[in-house]
Design a protein around this ligand. Structure first.
Ligand code: C2E
Ligand code: MG
Ligand code: MG
Ligand code: MG
Length: 279
């Protein structure tokens, strides 16, 4: 970071920072081993459908069970995996696991059901990304219409135009495309206008400030209305309390994802959760 700041600036170096830098180098060097030793796992967070009160599907969320550091958050290691390029290999592993999960869900009769997978910019703009997705689906025997790929606005900075074609190819095959963390980027409306998407997820920062805050409520409801006018569907992320739940529901939001409904859980727990919610 000091280097990126340029020659004429200086950086206060605290011991904490050098420890973080050391951890970073350590993680960087252990990615390959971690993949080979099965230290990565997928957790799944259910999404509720307001219309049916049932479950729309789940978002697959990566977990790293490190032998000496315990569970490491994806928020900490995904950026490093992106910088080193390892995300390409890791992202393919995630997609394959998600396809295998789709097959087990359909074998269990949980249809319709969406499995949502986060994608990094570096993956999407690779020449072979679309083929890789089709190959994974075909080799695992997974239905394309059960897969939803989540892209974020911030990741597309500088690569908006080159993202459109691969997204269109994926969409043509019935794969759903969702815009994640909506509202946190610099030109959200531009992305909404240009990208071929089916679905939008309103970032949790909007939901967190909503209760007792009329201005925030207006913004939230206006996004929902806009999304519906564009014939897309919308999920509220990060719903934690009953008040937040009640608000996003009255606003006509289609789905919710948040601790209020369910935390990210293991596949076993997902199956139990689905069975317990079945009427
Ligand atoms: P995201 O895609 O926006 O995923 C939602 C995050 O919000 C998850 O954090 C989830 O655990 C958390 N969350 C869900 N409900 C609540 C709630 O009610 N309150 C709060 N405070 N948080 C909630 P997680 O699992 O730590 O993942 C963080 C980010 O890491 C994800 O954000 C996504 O951008 C990235 N990520 C995770 N898995 C993958 C992956 O397989 N590939 C890529 N490229 N990125 C991933
Ligand atoms: Mg996501
Ligand atoms: Mg999100
Ligand atoms: Mg995020």
């Amino acid at each position: 970071q000091a280097k990126a700041a340029g020659r004429n600036t200086y950086c206060v170096y605290e011991p904490q920072m050098s420890e973080m830098a050391a951890l970073r180098v350590e993680l960087e060097q252990s990615f390959k081993r971690a993949l080979a030793e099965n230290e990565f796992e997928l957790y799944y967070q259910p999404q509720q459908d307001f219309e049916t009160n049932g479950i729309r599907g789940v978002e697959a969320l990566l977990r790293w069970k490190h032998p000496s550091h315990g569970y490491i958050s994806p928020a900490d290691f995904i950026p490093i995996a992106e910088q080193t390029g390892f995300i390409v290999e890791l992202g393919e592993w995630v997609l394959r696991k998600a396809c295998q999960f789709i097959v087990r869900m359909s074998e269990n009769g949980f249809i319709p059901f969406k499995v949502c997978v986060n994608i990094s910019a570096m993956q999407l703009t690779r020449f072979d990304f679309v083929d890789m997705v089709f190959r994974c689906l075909a080799e695992e025997g997974a239905r394309p219409d059960m897969l939803e790929l989540e892209i974020t606005e911030t990741m597309l900075i500088g690569s908006l135009d080159s993202s459109i074609e691969p997204l269109l190819l994926l969409k043509e095959r019935g794969i759903h495309i969702a815009l994640d963390d909506f509202g946190t980027g610099y030109s959200s409306l531009n992305y909404l206008r240009k990208l071929p998407i089916n679905h939008l997820k309103i970032d949790k920062s909007f939901v967190q400030d909503i209760v007792g805050n009329p201005g925030e409520q207006e913004i939230f409801n206006s996004i929902v209305d806009l999304v519906h006018k564009l014939k897309l569907t919308v999920t509220a992320e990060g719903v934690e309390t009953e008040e937040q739940y009640a608000f996003v529901k009255q606003g006509g939001c289609n789905y919710l994802q948040g601790y209020y409904f369910c935390k990210p859980i293991t596949e076993e727990a997902v199956v139990l959760f689905l069975k317990s919610k079945k009427v």
